[in-house]
Design a protein around this ligand. Structure first.
Ligand SMILES: Nc1ncnc2c1ncn2[C@@H]1O[C@H](COP(=O)(O)OP(=O)(O)OP(=O)(O)O)[C@@H](O)[C@H]1O
Length: 241
């Protein structure tokens, strides 16, 4: 579960990247965070994950306050950033093992998990190569594997499907659904509307740091008395801003 209450963040005291944002993502849900470029998605995700400190407001992950109990809060989630260019000098296996060490995953458990994840993401042969030699999609997959190896209760993913090949994207979507169906939480940002439409139980639409809508697609359609595609609704939601 993720809770944001009245969260605001400005950069340089001028641009309000996120403005009094209040949002609850319960367990058992895939929640899509939608918005155009510069809407405030990454800033919100960086505040949830403790990378950026909000100017005001409270953020809790499974009831743990990221401001006052950062370690406890960070144990609750796994975070896939929008750029996968991390630890490039490590080999894939070294990176995933490092993540397993950081989160105290027992040896026997990690071995089985890494093998299973590598198989699902078609990465078994690549594990012994340096990340530097990977394609963008492979780098993304190794970052995702590093997150999933410690079995976080809450998944937080920033544009996770961008750059993945169709098979890997399908696998990740399948895993997100399994995770939510097992009673846990998936929160991800995207500007690919069709993906959100197919995958999410609920969405929030953010523009210029403000949430314009939060609910199911059906509710959104009813809200606009329209059965148009999400893209059209999305334009409808943002054009007056
Ligand atoms: N470090 C920073 N310093 C100054 N302004 C920033 C910084 N990071 C983001 N911003 C500004 O804050 C606003 C929100 O940016 P943010 O990256 O959160 O949006 P986003 O929805 O993730 O966009 P995108 O889809 O393009 O990644 C934008 O106006 C952006 O220019």
């Amino acid at each position: 579960m993720i809770e944001l209450v009245d969260v605001t963040k400005s950069y340089n005291g001028t641009v309000k990247a996120v403005d009094r944002l209040t949002l609850t993502v319960p367990r058992g849900e895939i929640f899509g965070f939608l918005g155009p470029n510069g809407a405030g998605k990454t800033t919100t995700i960086k505040m949830i994950t403790g990378i950026v400190r909000p100017d005001q407001g409270t953020i809790r992950v499974n009831g743990k306050d990221i401001g006052t109990e950062p370690l406890e809060a960070k144990r609750q989630f796994g975070y896939v950033p929008d750029s996968p260019d991390l630890f490039l000098r490590l080999k894939g296996l070294e990176y995933v093992t490092f993540m397993a060490d950081m989160y105290g995953v027992p040896q026997d458990v990690r071995k089985e998990r890494i093998a299973r994840l590598a198989e699902r993401f078609d990465m078994t042969d690549a594990l012994s190569d340096p990340i530097q030699s990977y394609s963008h999609g492979m780098r993304q997959k190794i970052v995702i594997m590093g997150v999933l190896v410690h079995h976080p209760e809450v998944w937080i993913l920033d544009e996770p499907l961008t750059g993945l090949d169709p098979k890997s994207a399908f696998t990740l979507k399948e895993m997100m659904r399994e995770h939510a169906d097992s009673g846990r939480t998936v929160f991800f940002s995207t500007h690919v509307l069709e993906v959100a439409e197919k995958l999410c139980d609920r969405v929030a639409i953010i523009n210029k740091g403000v949430i314009l809508f939060c609910g199911t697609f059906k509710e959104m359609q009813e809200h606009f008395r329209s059965s148009e595609s999400l893209e059209r609704l999305f334009l409808e939601l943002t054009k007056h801003e």
